[in-house]
Write a protein that binds this ligand. Structure first.
Ligand code: ZN
Length: 413
């Protein structure tokens, strides 16, 4: 799958110290320091291509873009891979409802997603991999799990024995009743007859009438969602045999903590013996009118719609940055106006000949981001600098601050 256009990142002045990142890890349930490395491996779960790109999506990919940019600012390289679930039940259901071809729906939504990512200045993944293209990898992954005696059949479908992984549940920390409830709400089938454990995860779904299927040694069918991400991540992130974990960061929205990330991590653990990720990082949910923004509720605000209304993509980005990436929050239309006022003022201040000192401001932005990507604190530091500039303070470099804002926050001035 074609990725999207690269985004240029201006260099930071070498004199600025960029401390190791501290970030909240869902598995550890605390903020922990990220090991200093020269190369990080990051996997972020992509969309299922229908209803792209609403602000909840944008918030998630923005969070991992900030993480990506911070790691680059430390001088490290980042190997970033993202998937796109271009075959799954919700896509087929939507195509059927709208009486369109599921492939046409997927193609149009993937194109829209790419253009939204470019507009929002989200750094692209090195590999952007579709589930359909990954089917051979999925089949290989299922074979490895099968050899470890972690696979069984229910009729013609294949399931993964979740308790093959002794650490199953350790990334999401949910009691059994909650796991069952959420599993059922998010596409799982705890009540299916023939399953050994209600939480066992679908690996391969045999072809159903009027649905697409692909040839495999397990019969014609299509992959389960969790094994798709596990197979793509382990294949495309060039796992270091010497490392204790397969990858550094597994990312996604907090609605993926369970079952998706727990299942992928359990499967990956069985495949190579390593804990899947050093850090499980999750972005909060955005709501509208008192409810979570979601496809099922139909209360979505789309990035493309805001762009069509003439709203500057950097204003949308700034509006999202005003909230901490982990916070669940409600979206209000006034946020666009507030972000526009902030960004207009910032641009005006940066266009002045004399500006307030900038070194301390850049240090404050870096310090804020180093502590769990605290963007509200970073924007506060910029606001203080704008006030100082408006009060006539001088001696700073607008160009240097402008480049730092672009490199770290992704706001092109
Ligand atoms: Zn995933």
């Amino acid at each position: 799958m074609k990725s999207w256009a690269s985004v240029a990142i201006p260099p930071l002045q070498k004199t600025f110290r960029v401390p190791p990142l501290r970030i909240f890890d869902t598995a550890a349930q605390e903020i922990s320091e990220v090991e200093v490395k020269s190369l990080y491996r990051m996997y972020v779960c992509g969309i299922t291509p229908y209803d792209a790109t609403h602000l909840g999506h944008a918030n998630t990919y923005l969070a991992f873009d900030l993480l990506h940019r911070y790691l680059l600012a430390t001088g490290a390289k980042v190997h970033f891979v993202e998937n796109i679930t271009d075959i799954d039940d919700p896509l087929l259901e939507r195509a059927k409802r709208d009486e369109i071809d599921w492939q046409d729906l997927a193609t149009s939504q993937i194109d829209l997603f790419r253009s939204d990512m470019v507009a929002l200045h989200i750094l692209p993944p090195a590999h952007y991999i579709g589930a359909v293209d990954a089917i051979p990898l999925v089949i290989t992954a299922i074979s490895v799990l099968d050899a470890a005696d972690s696979v069984y059949k229910v009729e013609s479908d294949l399931y993964f024995k979740v308790h093959s992984d002794a650490k199953f549940g350790s990334r999401s920390h949910l009691p059994q009743d909650q796991m069952l409830k959420i599993f059922s709400e998010r596409g799982g089938d705890p009540d299916r007859a023939g399953k050994q454990d209600p939480l066992d995860a679908l690996l391969w779904l045999a072809q159903r009438p009027d649905e697409p299927g692909w040839e495999s040694k397990y019969g014609i069918g299509r992959p389960g969602w969790h094994i798709e991400c596990c197979a793509i991540a382990l294949n495309y992130l060039d796992i270091d045999p010497a490392s204790a974990t397969s990858i550094d960061f597994q990312g996604g929205g907090s609605d993926l903590i369970f079952p998706h990330h727990e299942m992928s991590a359990a499967q990956a653990k069985l495949m190579n013996g390593k804990e899947f990720a050093s850090h499980y990082v999750h972005a909060g949910m955005i709501g509208l009118d008192g409810e979570k923004m979601s496809k099922s509720k139909g209360n979505l605000v789309f990035v493309s719609q805001l762009l069509r209304e003439g709203i500057d993509a950097m204003v949308i980005r700034t509006a999202l940055l005003r909230h901490h990436y982990r916070s669940d929050h409600m979206w209000h239309n006034s946020e666009i106006d507030e972000a526009r006022i902030f960004l207009d003022e910032l641009r005006l201040c940066l266009s002045r000949e004399d500006v307030a000192p900038t070194d301390r401001t850049i240090e404050a932005v870096v310090a804020a981001l180093s502590e769990d990507l605290n963007t509200p604190a970073a924007l506060s530091a910029l606001l203080n600098w704008m006030n100082a500039t408006n009060h006539g303070e001088s001696g700073g470099s607008a160009g240097e601050l402008s480049r730092a804002i672009d490199a770290l926050l992704g706001i092109a001035i």
